[in-house]
Write a protein that binds this ligand. Structure first.
Ligand code: SF4
Length: 68
């Protein structure tokens, strides 16, 4: 099931069925992407721009941005 995380007017989508567990998000922004915690995406720990840049690096497309 897809999960959403909201930062201001931007929604981050995460689709676990697409996640290849490459760990790129965790290595790039460990203060935000914490697979052992709940919620595992903690958007309050970095700027929106930093999080968007990291989401765009997700190789599988599991993480994506929905701008409103
Ligand atoms: S970068 Fe994308 S594919 Fe890799 S662990 Fe994060 S969400 Fe999953």
């Amino acid at each position: 099931m897809k999960k959403t995380y909201t930062i201001d007017d931007t929604t981050i989508l995460w689709d676990p069925s697409k996640c290849s567990h490459s760990g790129i998000c965790v290595k790039g922004l460990p203060e935000v992407f914490k697979p052992k915690e709940s919620p595992w995406v903690q958007t309050e720990n970095a700027s929106k721009e930093q999080i968007i840049q990291q989401v765009l690096k997700c190789p599988s497309g599991a993480l994506s941005i929905k701008e409103q």
